[in-house]
Design a protein. Structure first.
Length: 447
């Protein structure tokens, strides 16, 4: 019998650690056989202890190759020219890609057969194997990045007083059956590669920026950071009915909350571009990647019908009491504008979903006693007539050294939580520093 290496045959003179690479390559491709006890030139030299060598290979594979590939390997001892050789028959596995446990789902850990050699797989090849094995559901696929942490997610569960531990990972579909993190875990991890870009524009066209930010990290972190940022730009306008002051924000908080949650839960994460939020003088836009799911029309959405693109992600948001029953978000947005002069609109394309929220105070006529005047469409950043919230706070330091949150509330005429968010943003930007404990907190300008 003549032995020669090929796409399905590998020759090894002795048992070596790199035999795991050959087994992985065959299991990831079309299978093959490894003959141990034969040189690269096809010379039969045999092995001294065939049973012991087969057991050694079996142990190496069991401990060093993931997922479990042992059911696709068959060992056979052959007697040729009076010598014992081992034939390791490897079938194509059903849980590809297989990889070296110490290297993970990276090119240096995943091998495929190329000609007569076993070589590292490309990222594209790895993704294709994952797709073929796990299906088309993005959130259910195994993540290429397995070095994940979940500080923000754990904090969210803790805040909601809901138990969260490693044992729940599989229940929440954040881990596969072989305890590998899924793409759902990637989205909720601190290493999430997706982001949200928010821009504030000077006019109704995308020409002059007032400010722009990009928010990254866990989706939970993005949810809070983006909401706080938008809230800073959601101004309060006051009118009076005799002695009664009536405050009105530019955008209903419910509408902003639901539009933001929609952009996180329903976007198509198979695209890698960022979610876009644009704030104009008279409206706000949320542009999410991924059009309507197959079979749905825009009219169906307006009726409250919902087909969730990421059901496991939505389930976690539901457990955290961030969303309610599916399909209620758009209805809440519309209900929040009941009786308003302008109504929200939804625009869809094949690959994008846009929610447009009108500024309820833009161009609105307000009556104060016998005087009728028009509210400016939008005013938040610096202008010669109306300083921004941050500028008003900084101006205070020309008169006094320190300021408290309560003083900021009174100065800006905002709620306690909004004042806290503004101060936190200024601390993060390095404009001010925080002093004292929880009961004596005060703020001072950075010199």
């Amino acid at each position: 019998m003549k032995f020669q290496e090929s796409e399905t045959v590998e020759l090894k003179s002795i048992v070596q650690d790199d035999i795991k690479k050959e087994i992985i390559a065959f299991a990831n491709c079309n299978g093959g056989t490894i003959y141990v006890g034969i040189t690269d030139q096809g010379e039969i030299i045999g092995v001294e202890n065939a049973d012991g060598s087969a057991l050694q290979i079996s142990n190496m594979v069991r401990d060093g190759v993931k997922p479990d590939v042992t059911m696709f390997i068959h060992y056979e001892t052959l007697e040729l020219e009076g010598k014992s050789i081992i034939a390791v028959h490897v079938q194509r596995g059903t849980n590809r890609p297989y990889y070296l446990a110490k290297k993970g789902l990276r090119p240096e850990g995943v091998y495929v057969r190329q000609g007569y050699s076993s070589v590292p797989a490309s990222d594209t090849a790895i993704r294709q194997m994952i797709k073929e094995t796990d299906g088309d559901s993005f959130e259910g696929m195994r993540s290429l990045n397995q070095a994940l942490s979940f500080d923000a997610l754990k904090q969210e569960f803790k805040t909601r007083k809901i138990s969260f531990a490693e044992a729940q990972m599989q229940t929440l579909h954040m881990q596969s059956a072989d305890k590998l993190y899924t793409n759902l875990a990637l989205l909720l991890s601190d290493q999430c590669p997706y982001s949200i870009k928010v821009a504030v524009f000077e006019s109704g066209t995308e020409t002059v920026f007032k400010d722009r930010r990009e928010f990254s990290g866990s989706l939970m972190q993005q949810l809070h950071d983006v909401y706080d940022y938008i809230d800073l730009h959601n101004q309060v306008h006051a009118s009076f009915d005799k002695l009664l002051r009536i405050d009105s924000r530019d955008y209903p908080e419910v509408a902003i909350r639901e539009a933001l949650l929609n952009s996180l839960v329903h976007r198509d994460y198979s695209f890698h571009a960022a979610t876009l939020i644009s704030i104009y003088p008279d409206h706000m836009e949320f542009v999410t990647l991924g059009g309507l799911p197959t079979g749905l029309e825009l009219a169906d959405i307006n009726l409250g019908i919902s087909v969730c693109r990421n059901p496991h992600l939505a389930n976690i948001f539901y457990r955290l009491q961030l969303i309610e029953a599916y399909g209620t978000g758009i209805k809440k947005i519309m209900d929040s504008y009941f009786g308003k002069r302008k109504q929200p609109s939804i625009i869809c394309s094949n690959n994008a979903f846009k929610i447009v929220l009108p500024n309820t105070n833009a161009g609105q006529l307000v009556k104060e006693d016998s005087v009728i005047y028009s509210v400016a469409p939008y005013s938040v950043a610096s202008s010669s007539t109306l300083p921004s919230a941050e500028e008003q706070i900084l101006q205070v330091f020309s008169r006094q050294k320190e300021i408290t949150r309560k003083e900021v509330q009174e100065l800006l005429e905002v709620s306690q939580s909004t004042a806290g968010r503004i101060l936190k943003t200024m601390v993060d930007r390095g404009q001010i520093i925080k002093l004292g404990g929880s009961l004596t907190t005060r703020y001072r300008a950075v010199q």
